[in-house]
Design a protein around this ligand. Sequence first.
Ligand code: ZN
Length: 128
Amino acid sequence: MFEVSVEESFAAGHALRGYRGKCENPHGHNYKVRVTLRGQELDQIGLLFDFKDLKLAMNDIIERFDHQYLNDLDAFKVANPSAENLAKYFYDETSHKLHQATDGRVRVRDVTVWETDNTTAKYFEAGD
Ligand SMILES: [Zn+2]
């Protein structure tokens, strides 16, 4: 198996509905996100997936989040914009793109979101 990862960052605000404590109130984070891809076969020039193209796919999503109040976005009107749900959002969106771009050759293995330097949430699907 081969794996490649790209990390990107963005800044955004959120509030966790139903949380008892300070995180119930609006506040901001400098988020970092890492998307890891995996696959068994490389392409004709020896790449699993071009880092540049993975960055582009991630930046498409980041543009929706950067300097936004996440609770206002459609994706988080009901589901809380927790690090866990952000990780799942990146996973679902990049999986969809990857599937189209590589015809299933490359899959998203997991997505990790840092809310602070030492707190992370990861999303992956069993069997991957
Ligand atoms: Zn927070």
